[in-house]
Design a binder for this molecule. Structure first.
Ligand SMILES: Cc1cc2nc3c(=O)[nH]c(=O)nc-3n(C[C@H](O)[C@H](O)[C@H](O)COP(=O)(O)OP(=O)(O)OC[C@H]3O[C@@H](n4cnc5c(N)ncnc54)[C@H](O)[C@@H]3O)c2cc1C
Length: 398
């Protein structure tokens, strides 16, 4: 089996590298490489640059604005972007809602919403989880009651990532209380500027405002914003989650983090030799690298299935577990490499313009915050325990 890229694929890599050299703003890549927080404007800037080149929604069919790439091209693109320090695309519109609309939306919905995702006119967030309905997502209690050509929505969503930047939210709502839990859910698109929508921040342990609570009080939503059929939303919700989980795995992100970790570890001296020669550290480094190499293959398999007209399926759960374990291990190893310098939690060091002289190597300043922030990886998009349940049912047939 030849695992090398073909000359055409290498030429494509060259094209991507040239694009990144020409178009990726150094200010953005410096922020990403140094682990600084990105503003809404930063994320929107990169979104617009990719869209201008036609490379934003690279897994969408070309008729809706995708570039028509195969699996290997997407793989190369993701890796090179991560290595160059490109910001990750905000996933809610492009990677989550887009595929759902393309598969289940009406023609009118595709024509209206898809171009607005691409041009950034709409910033989407995800209204799935509720207090008490996280792992047990089918128990969502937010209701949508039909009233003429509108739905009236009441309830609460929580952990809504970047909801404070969004103007639109896709929601799972209960439209039938009599049916079995999964059978009474619908998938509704809600304008966050509607009267009755209130967003309240949740500030996490690392001082970050990333997640929110969203409250709905008698919010009127046009019935035209229902995706697919009423009470069939669970099917669409699960389909979206496979894309979310594949995206969380973040292979490209881990490739870049591993490269950075190796650079740091080679510079750090422990007992008179580089840390990379410390047997315990080297063993953990080797294990995580092997795991990552294996995951790249699974990732390619999933991308190839999707490019061939399939859906990510239960492999997305495998990718989510492995990918997040790898990302967490990489951040633990980075902290270990920096030793006590990684301990202080310096919130200000996560913002552009922080110029206090570093205590220890400059790479150490954001590590504590990144370590805390990465704890979320094994929880969101469905916790890793839940992914194991899915694998045991769908792959092992238990
Ligand atoms: C940073 C962050 C961002 C998020 N962003 C969003 C977002 O944008 N939109 C959104 O809708 N949601 C979002 N979430 C919510 C996320 O999807 C849920 O937190 C997740 O599904 C877990 O649900 P829960 O928090 O209610 O935990 P619970 O469901 O209460 O689970 C608690 C623990 O019990 C375990 N557990 C529960 N049931 C089982 C079971 N059957 N078998 C084995 N173990 C089980 C879980 O694995 C977990 O360890 C986000 C969460 C975080 C932390």
């Amino acid at each position: 089996m030849d695992l090398n890229f073909t000359p055409e694929e290498e030429a494509f890599r060259g094209e991507v590298l040239q694009f990144l050299r020409d178009k990726l703003p150094e200010r953005l890549s410096n922020k990403v490489k140094n682990g600084l927080r990105l503003t809404r404007e930063d994320m929107a800037e990169w979104h617009a640059i990719l869209n201008e080149r036609g490379w934003l929604a690279n897994h969408w069919p070309s008729q809706y604005g995708g570039p028509g790439w195969g699996a290997v091209q997407k793989f190369i693109f993701e890796n090179e972007c991560a290595l160059a320090g490109a910001p990750r695309i905000v996933p809610f519109g492009v990677n989550m809602l887009g595929p759902v609309l393309i598969k289940y939306g009406s023609e009118a919905q595709k024509q209206y919403w898809l171009p607005r995702i691409l041009n950034g006119e709409d910033w989407w967030c995800q209204g799935y989880s509720e207090p008490g309905s996280g792992s047990d997502l089918a128990s969502v209690k937010t209701t949508a009651v039909r009233d003429g050509d509108h739905y009236i929505v009441n309830g609460q969503k929580t952990w809504t990532t970047l909801g404070h930047h969004a103007n639109m939210i896709f929601c799972l709502v209960r439209t039938n209380k009599e049916a079995k839990a999964q059978a009474g859910i619908s998938f509704l698109l809600v304008d966050m500027d509607s009267p009755g929508v209130e967003v309240r921040p949740i500030i996490t342990l690392d001082g970050e405002h990333e997640v929110n609570e969203v409250f709905f009080t008698d919010v009127r939503v046009p019935a035209a914003n229902l995706v697919g059929e009423q009470d069939k939303g669970w099917t669409y919700a699960k389909y979206l989650l496979t894309y979310e989980r594949t995206n969380i795995a973040g292979v490209g992100f881990s490739v870049a983090a591993l490269e950075k970790l190796k650079r740091i570890a080679a510079k750090v001296q422990r007992n008179g030799r580089p840390l990379t020669e410390d047997p315990l550290f080297a063993a953990r480094l080797a294990k995580v690298e092997i795991d990552l190499e294996n995951m790249k293959t699974t990732n390619l398999r999933v991308i190839a299935a999707v490019a061939g007209g399939g859906v990510p399926g239960a492999e997305s759960s495998m990718l989510k577990i492995r990918g997040t374990e790898i990302r967490q291990e990489l951040s633990s190893l980075a902290c270990r490499a920096m030793g006590p310098y990684a301990q202080p939690f310096i919130e200000a060091a996560l913002h552009e313009g922080y110029d206090e002289p570093p205590v220890g190597p400059a790479e150490a300043a954001p590590l504590a915050s990144q370590y805390f922030n990465n704890r979320k990886l094994s929880i969101f998009g469905g916790s890793n325990e839940i992914q194991k349940n899915i694998i045991s049912k769908m792959i092992l047939g238990l």
